[in-house]
Design a binder for this molecule. Structure first.
Ligand SMILES: [Zn+2]
Length: 187
């Protein structure tokens, strides 16, 4: 029997980022692979964007507070597909950006994120010069619906996360600790 991902032809196992990785290897002495940035990032969380998703005081500000004072490269994602056979979630990237992620993402939620669409954010801390480089390389290689300027890439950028990363994310404990809610067990 074919796995669902084969059947439906969406990237599930080992997504490829060949153009991005080739370019970064040519131009940087210690390049990060796209896989490190989109699938293995230190921060990866679903961020509540609408009142319906907010439980207690768990609004987007608390989810972003764990990133306060940091700066680097971030991506905003939506659900694209899931594969039952491999228990993975394929994500489609809508935006790439750099800077202080807590302020920037909060502003995107206000100004450009579509109503009713679940938002997931990934973030990798790095200095501004490198963040600029990776942001531009992503824009040159891929197409992002919410990046209006200087986006010459044409292909979609997908990430593939396991269920833990998708459902719990990387910072649930920190978010929970900042919240008045005792624990996520209350959900
Ligand atoms: Zn699969």
């Amino acid at each position: 029997m074919m796995a669902k991902c084969d059947d439906h032809d969406f990237p599930c196992q080992s997504p490829e980022y060949d153009d991005f990785d080739k370019m970064a290897r040519e131009e940087l002495s210690q390049p990060l692979a796209a896989n490190d940035l989109v699938n293995l990032s230190e921060y990866c969380m679903m961020i509540p964007v609408a009142d319906d998703f907010v439980i207690g005081d768990l609004n987007h500000k608390i989810f972003l507070k764990t990133l306060k004072g940091q700066s680097g490269l971030y991506h905003l994602w939506t659900d694209y597909e899931s594969c039952d056979d491999h228990e993975t979630h394929t994500m489609l990237c809508a935006y790439v950006g750099k800077g202080p992620p807590d302020a920037r993402i909060a502003s995107h939620i206000k100004s450009k994120w579509p109503d009713g669409v679940l938002l997931y954010a990934t973030f990798t801390k790095m200095n501004n010069r490198l963040a600029k480089y990776y942001e531009q390389l992503f824009l040159d290689c891929y197409d992002f619906t919410l990046n209006k300027a200087e986006n010459s890439g044409t292909r979609a950028l997908y990430a593939v996360w396991d269920s833990d990363r998708h459902h719990m994310g990387t910072h649930s404990n920190e978010v929970s600790g900042m919240s008045k809610i005792e624990s996520f067990d209350d959900w």
